[in-house]
Write a protein that binds this ligand. Structure first.
Ligand SMILES: N[C@@H](CCC(=O)N[C@@H](CS)C(=O)NCC(=O)O)C(=O)O
Length: 230
């Protein structure tokens, strides 16, 4: 198979989604980390990112003459590329529900987390309080889904929805909206199942190590990823 090249960043949660999915599917890839630091962020942008993605963001994936961007679009390609290691359920309605959950993780849960990124110095600001409340409401909703005993967000099958929400909640925790195991024990147990997966440990563990090099605090559950991280 022609080599797949993935452009991501050391703190890119959307890039990490794709890395985890590639590893779960057992698809070999060449990982290219674009320049990133805590002060200048993604500037200057990597030339491949500028050329391929009009939104100027990672992740970008190149496979032969195919060039893709956006983590969710890339998920769809990976599923078509290697359907025998499914990360969407087979049944149509279950698949649609999983896609909805994956979308909501990126587009409903994550926007308040992004708002918190600009409010770290003023945690009592009303917009920070509102953003944290939105995160808590989302956790409560997912806790409700897990109440029927399902192991994964969409049911019996581990899907892209689990990957997306796992990565997003890392940033929720880092930005001051952590999952409270007292209020959401099923969600906390789901997260432990996630960190038990080799692909998740490898990718999130590498991100944890990078955060330490930047002298940034780690969410408690990420400390456990350091020992066996690839
Ligand atoms: N919807 C996109 C979001 C991609 C995204 O926000 N990428 C961030 C890094 S995680 C980025 O490149 N930010 C730099 C910028 O927006 O200038 C996806 O799912 O891939």
């Amino acid at each position: 198979m022609t080599t797949i090249t993935l452009y991501s960043g050391p703190l890119s949660m959307f890039g990490a989604k794709v890395q985890i999915a590639l590893q779960e599917k057992g698809i070999a890839f060449d990982l290219q980390m674009v320049p990133f630091d805590m002060k200048t962020l993604y500037e200057p942008k990597h030339p491949a990112v500028l050329r391929i993605n009009p939104k100027r963001q990672v992740p970008v994936l190149i496979h032969g003459d195919l060039e893709l961007y956006d983590s969710t679009q890339i998920f769809e390609y990976l599923e078509d590329l290697k359907p025998e290691a499914p990360l969407w359920p087979r049944e149509i309605a279950a698949r649609a529900r999983a896609r909805r959950l994956e979308h909501e993780s990126d587009e409903v849960y994550f926007p308040p987390v992004i708002r918190l990124m600009g409010l770290q110095q003023i945690p009592d600001d009303p917009s920070a309080v509102t953003a944290r409340a939105a995160c808590a409401a989302y956790y409560a909703r997912i806790e409700g889904l897990l109440a029927d005993g399902r192991p994964w967000l969409n049911g019996a099958d581990y899907t892209y929805a689990d990957i997306a929400f796992f990565m997003a909640q890392i940033f929720g925790d880092r930005m001051g909206a952590p999952i409270d195991a007292g209020f959401a024990p099923l969600l906390a147990a789901w997260r432990s199942r996630m960190t038990g997966r080799a692909a998740v440990r490898a990718v999130a563990g590498a991100m944890a190590r990078w955060l330490l090099t930047q002298h940034r605090p780690l969410p408690g559950f990420m400390m456990d990823l350091l020992d066996r991280a690839a």
